[in-house]
Design a protein around this ligand. Structure first.
Ligand SMILES: C[S@@+](CC[C@H](N)C(=O)[O-])C[C@H]1O[C@@H](n2cnc3c(N)ncnc32)[C@H](O)[C@@H]1O
Length: 247
């Protein structure tokens, strides 16, 4: 069951019918290859992977050939999308702040869903969940969209479509209060289907933290931490966290 702020995020509940157009699985291939290379370097004999906040499974579709994947998310509607794409994977509803499966995995992966950790306390909870599920000798990757020192107000526009539907989207990230750990993202989506155009607007809250906060929380949890370069859609590159479990 989705609770609190996220029960109102329509993109992951009421509007999942256009999610695949919004962010197509093929767009994740290059970054997923970077995550796989990082995992192979950190834990070469790894076989099992747990993803926290796996959403529609758009990274998992590129990782499941290498690992047996267990995919978790707060939203059962998102996991339904992932089941269509990744029927061979285990799917479980769970909140990354509190999930405890009682078993460990060689690898734990936390992608952009970690952006929904709105306070340092919530971020520490998600990291503790990842650590609790990382087997000795295992590794974890945390891949937030940005760090506080890099945050800039920015607007992205893009279009996608298939034989039946066309989607146009504007994503506008802005910070109403730079003194806190949140920023706002406005999504404006136009969806054309059977000659009719519908408009969707959603305001979301994301969390953003200095990389120094991230490093401190990861090390306090019990990880040795390094960074891993990944490619971005616009041809740029940034860095995410590659963590090995200490002892
Ligand atoms: C941008 S989507 C993830 C997309 C994903 N990277 C993919 O491959 O499809 C963000 C996801 O985070 C999930 N989420 C947000 N807060 C969460 C939490 N506390 N625990 C688990 N999942 C969460 C949402 O339900 C949503 O599916």
């Amino acid at each position: 069951m989705i609770s609190g702020y996220l029960c109102r995020v329509k993109l992951y509940t009421d509007w999942t019918h256009f999610y695949r157009l919004f962010t197509p699985p093929e767009d994740y291939a290059a970054e997923a290859a970077a995550y796989r290379a990082g995992f192979e370097a950190a834990a070469p004999s790894a076989k099992t992977l747990l993803e926290l906040g796996a959403g529609a499974g758009h990274n998992a579709v590129h990782l499941k050939g290498a690992y047996t994947c267990t995919l978790t998310d707060l939203s059962s509607a998102m996991l339904d999308l992932s089941r269509e794409l990744n029927p061979e994977c285990e799917h479980l509803v769970g909140d990354m702040r509190t999930l405890r499966l009682g078993r460990a995995f060689d690898l734990v992966f936390v992608h952009d869903a970690v952006m929904y950790m709105l306070s340092e306390a919530e971020l520490a909870q998600a990291i503790a969940t990842a650590f609790a599920h990382t087997a000795p000798g295992g590794a974890a990757i945390f891949a937030p969209d940005c760090f506080a020192e890099d945050f800039r107000e920015e607007t992205l526009t893009w279009e996608s479509g298939d034989a039946e539907r066309q989607l146009r989207c504007t994503e506008w990230a802005w910070d109403p209060d730079p003194s806190d750990t949140r920023f706002a993202v406005e999504y404006a989506v136009l969806l054309r289907e059977a000659g009719e155009v519908q408009m969707f607007h959603e305001h979301q809250e994301n969390g953003v933290f200095p990389s120094s906060t991230w490093r401190r929380l990861l090390e306090q949890a019990g990880y040795s931490v390094e960074t891993l370069e990944r490619p971005l859609d616009d041809g740029e590159r940034d860095r995410v966290w590659l963590c090995r479990r200490r002892a």
